[in-house]
Design a protein around this ligand. Structure first.
Ligand code: CA
Length: 247
């Protein structure tokens, strides 16, 4: 399955080989088990402002910047863009609720995955649409030695955000690698879409409530049910890469 995924990537991306030097990790739903708290905070904030939204939509919007999510909700409800003031105050409200609800628990298996990546000689980078200081600042504490400010792309760095390839293109630039020299680990359909549009081999982990098809249709090259399963398969992925080079 891994071999087929690599061949499919090479065919569809017009790359002749895949030689990763870095893994770009998304944060929420990949490194932290935080998506349900985001969904709950967004849902309550939306209800408070009479914005049309069910809880599932926030898993579909996941990866967007806060401002872009708020704008989508305004378009859906009032058929107009949200003003800068609305975006700012509503995002602040959501961020406050998130900080209150979030327990800060790491995603099971993420630490093992980071250790596997490091052992295989690849660097780790963060690419997130999040602007939540409470989690971004916590990364060094949860995963010491993996994510410093210079290897992070956050909501503060980007203009468009996912599903635009911009954050991942920025991640490649920060890592100093080309698209065929990186992997992305993502849990959200729009995050997968962004990574695939950036031309990167994209591994999806379905840690949320959406059906697998959302991630596969977004173009994920490989799909795992959780981070533990991915961590325990990492050596096989590295092995399959070596085999694909020797052909
Ligand atoms: Ca995510």
């Amino acid at each position: 399955m891994i071999q087929e995924a690599i061949e499919h990537y090479l065919q569809t991306s017009n790359q002749s080989f895949l030689s990763p030097k870095a893994v770009l990790f998304d944060m929420d739903g990949v490194l932290y088990d935080s998506m349900r708290f985001h969904a709950r905070s967004w849902h309550e904030t939306a209800q408070h402002h009479h914005l049309i939204a069910d809880r599932k939509i926030f898993y579909l919007y996941e990866g967007r910047t806060g401002a872009s999510t708020i704008n989508e909700l305004y378009q859906k409800t009032f058929h107009r863009d949200a003003t800068e003031e609305e975006k700012e105050s509503i995002y602040k409200e959501k961020a406050t609720l998130f900080k209150k609800y979030n327990d800060g628990n790491p995603m099971p298996g993420a630490a093992e995955m980071l250790a596997e990546v490091k052992a295989s000689g690849l660097k780790t980078f963060l690419v997130t649409g999040s602007g939540q200081h409470s989690l971004i600042n916590k990364l060094e504490h949860t995963y010491p030695g993996y994510f410093q400010r210079e290897n992070m792309v956050t909501a503060f760095d980007v203009k468009y955000g996912k599903p635009n390839p911009e954050p991942y293109l920025m991640g490649l630039k920060k890592a100093g690698v080309k698209a065929n020299e990186a992997f992305v680990v993502e849990n959200a359909p729009m995050g997968v879409e962004a990574a695939v549009a950036a031309g990167i081999f994209t591994i999806a982990v379905n840690t949320g409530p959406l059906e697998d098809d959302y991630l596969l249709n977004a173009g994920a090259n490989l799909l795992y049910p959780d981070m533990q399963t991915l961590a325990s398969d990492w050596k096989n992925i590295m092995e399959a890469l070596k085999n694909s080079h020797s052909r």
